[in-house]
Write a protein that binds this ligand. Structure first.
Ligand code: PHE
Length: 359
């Protein structure tokens, strides 16, 4: 560095280093940063004056100034990191957690509305003979798409905004499951029909705004038996929705739709009043879930003979039904761990789900 550095530049470097060493907190550090690199800082001033240097010296002076700028920036950032680490060490030493303290009266934890909804789903479907199944969040492509009749390049893949994960040890890449439907695949592959499961859990899509989160929750349902018809699907989902929302007369509409893994497919709507948000009255319709009769090709892909067995499946968004049921207007606070929000919307852990609120 010394070769092209002139004395004034070396002095600035030495002075800045000394000032940084003397700065014991981030405020003092920031004052130095501004004094050197800021709009009116000493280095900034030297850079501005570069134009006034005689042309034959400008090139060398410019190179020296750039070298100094890099050196100063590195020193300043390094000091910041050191001060931040020291501040964190001091906090860790000063703030101790005492797990032996008794709980504060009146400060019991609360059940998050998402957990509560999934518990209610398990209770209602449990009363209908369903058990709860699970699958991993990081899935194989075939479980999430291929087995469900969504081959590579199928247009339905474009709807899913998939997060892809690199494969472990150079293995095949995985996906963060874009729906809970891969649990259908896993259940059919590992269990003998008849089957009756729901699969609540986390799902992921690269989508983020007031009503979409890159991580959200769904609850899948799958019924496989002999002689299952659309009538079973309609009865089951109507009973569930009326029980879940606690409205015995809730209007429920089945509207023809398309999913690659069901045929026929149906979107399920409930009646509400769009203006007031009141459920069960008002003459407007609101889409709640997707459903349909399991596609024979999906059964075959999963080792179940479609000539002997058939069934239905459904999937719904857990946040969506939770927001509707409890009048929660915004999706984002679900994931912000704000204790004030939880105190307002959370549930008493000592009051478990009871079916008199439900079925
Ligand atoms: N997996 C579908 C979705 O995420 C929902 C669905 C599940 C539809 C099961 C039909 C049957 O949109």
């Amino acid at each position: 560095m010394r070769d092209i550095m002139t004395d004034d530049l070396l002095t600035l470097k030495t002075e800045t280093d000394a000032a940084l060493a003397g700065a014991t907190d981030l405020r003092a550090w920031d004052a130095i940063r501004v004094a050197v690199l800021g709009k009116n800082g000493s280095l900034t001033g030297l850079l501005k004056e570069l134009g006034k240097a005689p042309p034959d010296q400008r090139r060398e002076r410019g190179a020296a100034l750039n070298q100094l700028k890099d050196a100063l920036s590195t020193a300043i950032e390094g000091r910041r990191t050191a001060l931040e680490n020291a501040a964190m060490d001091a906090r860790l030493a000063a703030e101790r957690l005492d797990p032996s303290l008794p709980p504060r009266p009146g400060r019991t934890g609360l059940i998050h509305p998402i957990s509560r909804t999934m518990d209610e789903m398990a209770a209602i479907f449990g009363a209908m003979g369903f058990s709860v199944a699970e699958g991993p969040d990081a899935e194989g492509d075939w479980y999430n798409f291929g087995a469900l009749n969504i081959p590579a390049h199928h247009p339905a893949r474009a709807d899913h905004d998939t997060f892809y994960l690199p494969g472990e040890n150079g293995g095949t890449p995985r996906v963060l499951r874009t729906h809970t439907s891969p649990v259908q695949t896993r259940t059919m592959l590992t269990q003998e029909p008849p089957l009756r499961i729901i699969a609540p859990g986390r799902t992921y899509r690269a989508d983020h705004d007031a009503t979409h989160s890159p991580m959200f929750h769904q609850c899948e349902g799958l019924v496989i038996d002999r002689n299952i018809t659309l009538g079973h699907l309609k009865g089951c989902l109507t009973d569930f929705l009326r029980a879940f929302f606690g409205i015995g007369s809730l209007p429920v509409r089945f509207r023809s739709s398309y999913f690659p893994f069901t045929e026929p497919s149906m979107e399920v709507d409930i009646g509400w009043n769009r203006k007031t948000g009141e459920l069960g009255a008002g003459g407007d319709w609101l889409e709640i879930l997707g459903s349909g009769m399991v596609h024979p090709r999906v059964l075959a892909n999963c080792g179940i003979d479609p000539r002997e067995w058939q069934g239905f499946a459904f999937g719904m968004g857990v946040e969506r039904v939770t927001m509707l049921k409890h009048g929660i207007p915004d999706l984002r606070p679900f994931y912000e761990s704000d204790i004030r929000w939880l105190r307002h919307y959370g549930f008493n852990p000592l009051a478990p789900v009871t079916l008199h609120e439900g079925i």
